[in-house]
Design a binder for this molecule. Structure first.
Ligand SMILES: [Zn+2]
Ligand SMILES: [Zn+2]
Length: 346
């Protein structure tokens, strides 16, 4: 099969590889039917993920059909249509039992697929701990509807959950890229009093306005004043920082009211400064990423019930044979691209 492979910094290529096989009784082999490209894939391409292993197949956002299961797999069967979780976790260690699956202590635990082991920008993928990492897709939910459940939608859902949002809150979301938009859709399920989105890209602003007309939109330059004018207690009650750009960490805590919760989902390229003397007395609570992606079944139920729909994010589609082009487009942010779906059929 052809698999999109991390060769070295700056170079991914479609390479011929053997189909994956079961290596452990808890593994499953999934025939990938639809995959996507994530910003984290670009981070690997740019060499900013040191633990990424050259030679691995990239891709950690995908859905597919179970092709084969190890003898210890009980929650899915051959032929099931499934989402694949970006995180591998055992479900049994100290952290997993508390829902902190991102910190699973299993050797394969955490972000392994498409980083340390072969991922899903290929026709087939081996999924370790398949009972935890695979979720059956309801019959009425399409592959496109389920495509982001295991990664960016899981992230948005987790960010909204840990932000402890109540109906009186003004929630500020920094960044309206794909993960920011998923966060917005999940924050909306909490029905806060208002949601403010801060984004600098005009195309993304238009996208947010089209998708969620009731949301207030501002830009980085005017964000602080805008939030002051549109909140009840001198700042946002909840801030979710998804942008990870220069200055957005500072903006996050500056726009927060005293005693607010600031949830940092963003993955920064550089260290950030926490100037405690400047924020003394503001008594903020900071929560930091990455995602504990263990709510996929609940997310699928919300999609099935029509409460969550991320299909508008799929702005472009490519076959696997043209994945180089798909990466170029996704990386360039041209043509109004939000997310690219890759058809991985052989
Ligand atoms: Zn990702
Ligand atoms: Zn674990």
């Amino acid at each position: 099969m052809k698999a999109y492979t991390y060769i070295e910094k700056g170079r991914f290529e479609l390479r011929e590889k053997p189909r994956p096989v079961l290596e452990d009784p808890r593994d499953a082999i999934v025939r990938v039917t639809l995959a996507s490209i994530c910003t984290s894939d670009l981070h690997i391409l740019h060499g900013s993920v040191p633990r990424a292993v050259p030679g691995i197949t990239v891709g950690h956002e995908m859905v597919g059909i179970v092709e084969e299961t190890g003898e210890a797999v009980g929650s899915v069967r051959v032929g099931d249509r499934v989402t694949v979780n970006v995180e591998t976790f055992c479900g049994e260690c100290f952290f997993c039992r508390r829902g902190y699956v991102n910190n699973c202590t299993d050797p394969d635990g955490g972000w392994a697929l498409g980083c340390r082991i072969d991922g899903g920008q290929a026709p087939y993928v081996r999924v370790p701990h398949a009972d935890r990492g695979l979720c059956r897709i309801p019959a009425t939910v399409s592959d496109t509807q389920a495509l982001f459940v295991g990664d960016i939608l899981a992230t948005g859902f987790w960010a909204a959950r840990i932000s402890e949002i109540s109906p009186e809150d003004t929630v500020l979301i920094l960044g309206a890229g794909p993960t920011g938009i998923c966060t917005l859709l999940c924050v909306r399920l909490k029905h806060p009093r208002r949601i403010i989105v801060c984004e600098k890209d005009p195309a993304r602003i238009r996208f947010v306005r089209g998708l969620c007309p009731e949301v207030l939109v501002t830009t980085p330059g005017e964000c602080r004043d805008f939030v002051l004018r549109h909140s009840d207690h001198g700042g946002a009650d909840r801030v979710v920082e998804v942008a990870g750009a220069d200055g957005t960490f500072r903006m996050a805590w500056e726009c927060a009211r005293p005693n607010a919760i600031v949830t940092v989902v963003a993955l920064y390229d550089a260290p950030q400064v926490l100037p405690l003397p400047e924020m003394y007395g503001k008594n903020l609570t900071f929560k930091t990423g990455g995602v504990d992606g263990c709510d996929c079944a609940e997310i699928l139920r919300l999609i099935e019930a029509g409460e969550l729909d991320t299909t508008p994010l799929v702005t472009h589609r490519f076959p696997l044979s043209r994945i180089d082009e798909a990466y170029r487009l996704f990386g360039s942010r041209q043509e109004g691209v939000i997310k690219v779906a890759v058809d991985t059929a052989e």
